[in-house]
Every structure is written in C-alpha cells, then in structure tokens.
Design a protein around this ligand. Structure first.
Ligand SMILES: O=C(O)c1ccc[n+]([C@@H]2O[C@H](COP(=O)([O-])O)[C@@H](O)[C@H]2O)c1
Ligand SMILES: Cc1cc2nc[nH]c2cc1C
Length: 347
C-alpha cells in the first residue's frame, strides 16, 4: 500500500445491475427493505448479478491481553482471555455455537495473550507479537515495530483465509479490558472526549465506569498529537490484537473481499482501517449494533447501518455470525425470486 492510496470500491456496474434486478422482482417496489440493499452490496462486492450463494464464510478471532485490565476497568479478571482461547479451540464458546449453527468456519489467533497457552495448537500461537499490550494510560500499547508486526500478522491471516476460498470474512475479538483501547481508538478518530466513547464493556458498575472513563481520557491526553495519525494511534493507545485486526481488514478491502464486522472492537478497527486507507469501509457491513456507545459513533462515521440490534455485547464475532442468515437471505431473494415481467408479460 502506498501513502495516499485510496481503496478500489466494489463494482459500481454490478451494483447498478443488481439494483435494476431488485426493482424488477415480483415484489412491491422497496418491499424487501434492507434485504434488498444488502443483496445489492453483496452483488457489487462479488461483481456478480445475481450474487453467488455464500458457502465459504470465515471468522478470525484476534485474541490479546491489555495492560489496563490490571487497573480496574473490567468486570472480569484478565485470566479469562487465555481460558476463552482454550474454549474457542474446544468449540465451546458462545460464538462456537452460533458458528456451528450457521456454517461459519472459526479460527482463533493468539496475537497478544499474556499466557504461554501450553497445549494450545501451534497454529493458534504462531502469531504472538507479545504477552499483553501496554497499559495505555501509563505507556504506549506497542513499539512502532510491534505495530508493524501486528498489522502484518493480520494481513497474513486474511491472505490465508482468502487463499483458502473465503467469500466473506468476519472479524472477532477476545480480550479482557479491550473495550478501553477500542474506545480510545474511536475517540482518536472522531476527536471526541472519553466521556462520549466510554461504555460498560462486560458490565461494569457506575464507580468502575467513572474510573474507566478517566483511564481512557488519560490515554488520550498522554498520546496527544500522535492521535492525528492512525498508525501512531495504534502504537499509542491500541494493542497487538487490535492492530492485527486493522491489518486483516485492510488486506480484505485491498483484495476485494467483503467483511462482516462485529461489535466495538471490530468496528473501531474498521474506522482505523478507513483512516489508513480511505474507501476501505465500502467493503464492510456490520452484523449488529453493540451496546457500546463508541460502536454506534464509529458506525455513523463510516455510514454503516448494522443488520441486527439484539442488545448483544459478547464480542468474539458473535454479532457478525448471528447476521449471516440475513446476508444469505439477501442473496436468495436476488437469485430466486421471479421477475414481475415474467408474471405479467407486456401485452
Ligand atoms: O463486541 C462488543 O461490542 C463487546 C462489548 C462489551 C464486551 N465485549 C467483550 O468483553 C470483553 C471486553 O470487555 P471489558 O469490560 O473487559 O473491556 C472482550 O472479550 C469483548 O469481546 C464485547
Ligand atoms: C466469560 C467471558 C466470555 C467472553 N467472550 C468475550 N468476552 C468475554 C468475557 C467473558 C468474561
């Protein structure tokens, strides 16, 4: 990617042809609502009208620990991160059940878990950049070299999944404390204070929320002018796993493969990817609206309306996986519904 590059958008001719097909279906004009819009978007990303059915959908879960988790910002202890990585491997997490129900392939990557993860398959651990990222209110999350390494790791994961045949990529996260750096990334991108982006994450009470807000603001103040640059923002206030997610999203957009985003972490990384490569967001849809305020703010900025609004705040890619049947339905109607002209031939 060259500095100043702009992302090639999904195929406008396919979008126009899909919109024309949608308008000609044996349904009242506009009756398919957002299903119609999603079908048109998928046709444009595939450059195919009607779009091909989605049979190969792949989720990558980027896992890492966060120094701030040792400073009272979460409702749960950091040890949960490694325990959940083992649970993904065992296929027993919330997202595992959703993925199995919806035919989505799941892969978990240890980018920055603060644990040796003994006994966990080597292909999960091969991506580790460091054990835990810096406590962003006190120190940088990463060195510039680690940021570059994490971006490259995420890009490599996307390349592998695309090479293996992915038609649609999903992005997921796992990391106790990660709603703190993700909120800081959104604040940096939008020029907002901590008070507007900080949410309850795993469900913190009012006292912890007030402390978390001050941690986010301290991180923003500490980073200062560096927040004007998206890569410096990653180094200062994100983490290895979030930087890797940004790399994954950049590679997908540059390769012309659509992505279904999840909650706050996924969308904060999409916003950062759009800062690095303007136009990248045209390749992204959002599976759901999270309860985190920063996710909605970031979606608004990206001009993306989420598919579902179920009050989910699990992460793991769960809200993206839950929306997969809607995307498949959007394709089915564009493929299988008769044209009104077939029912009522012109006399
Ligand atoms: O996806 C979301 O929007 C979301 C909202 C709240 C919590 N989470 C999950 O909960 C963890 C982070 O919450 P916290 O309170 O530890 O920062 C992390 O593992 C996320 O996957 C995820
Ligand atoms: C149990 C548990 C599972 C999770 N999955 C994503 N974030 C999580 C946080 C906790 C605490």
């Amino acid at each position: 990617m060259i500095d100043g590059a702009v992302c090639t958008p999904p195929d406008p001719a396919a979008a126009a042809a899909a919109a024309e097909r949608l308008a000609g279906l044996a349904t009242p004009a506009g009756a398919l609502g957002r299903l119609g819009d999603l079908g048109v978007w998928l046709a444009a990303t595939q450059a195919a009208v009607p779009p091909e059915p989605l049979i190969d959908i792949r989720l990558a879960i980027f896992a890492g620990d966060h120094g701030v988790a040792q400073h009272g910002v979460s409702a749960y202890p950091p040890a949960i991160t490694a325990a959940m990585v083992r649970t993904f491997v065992a296929g027993r997490a919330g997202v595992s059940a959703l993925a199995a129900a919806n035919g989505v392939h799941v892969r978990v990557l240890d980018i920055g878990v603060d644990d040796e993860l003994e006994g966990v398959p080597a292909e999960v651990q091969a991506w580790k950049v460091r054990r835990g990222s810096g406590a962003i209110h006190l120190e940088d999350a990463l060195t510039p070299g680690e940021t570059a390494q994490a971006l490259d790791a995420g890009r490599a994961v996307a390349r592998e999944e695309i090479g293996a045949g992915a038609q649609l990529l999903l992005s997921g996260d796992m990391g106790i404390g990660n709603t703190t750096p993700a909120a800081a990334m959104v604040a940096a991108a939008l020029g907002l204070p901590a008070a507007e982006v900080t949410g309850r994450g795993t469900g913190v009470d009012d006292a912890v929320l007030a402390h978390k807000l001050s941690v986010v603001q301290q991180a923003l103040d500490r980073a200062g002018d560096r927040l004007a640059d998206p890569v410096d923002t990653l180094t200062a206030v994100s983490s290895a796993d979030l930087a890797a997610t940004v790399g994954y999203l950049l590679e997908a957009a540059e390769s012309g493969v659509p992505v279904l985003l999840d909650g706050l972490m996924s969308v904060a990384c999409a916003l950062t990817a759009e800062r690095i490569l303007p136009g990248a967001a045209a390749w992204f849809a959002a599976g759901h609206r999270s309860t985190e305020p920063a996710q909605s703010l970031a979606l608004d900025k990206l001009g993306i309306e989420p598919v579902l609004d179920l009050g989910l705040r699990l992460g793991e890619g769960s809200g993206a996986v839950a929306a997969v049947p809607v995307l498949r339905s959007a394709i089915a109607v564009l493929r299988d519904v008769a044209l009104l002209s077939e029912l009522m031939p012109p006399s």
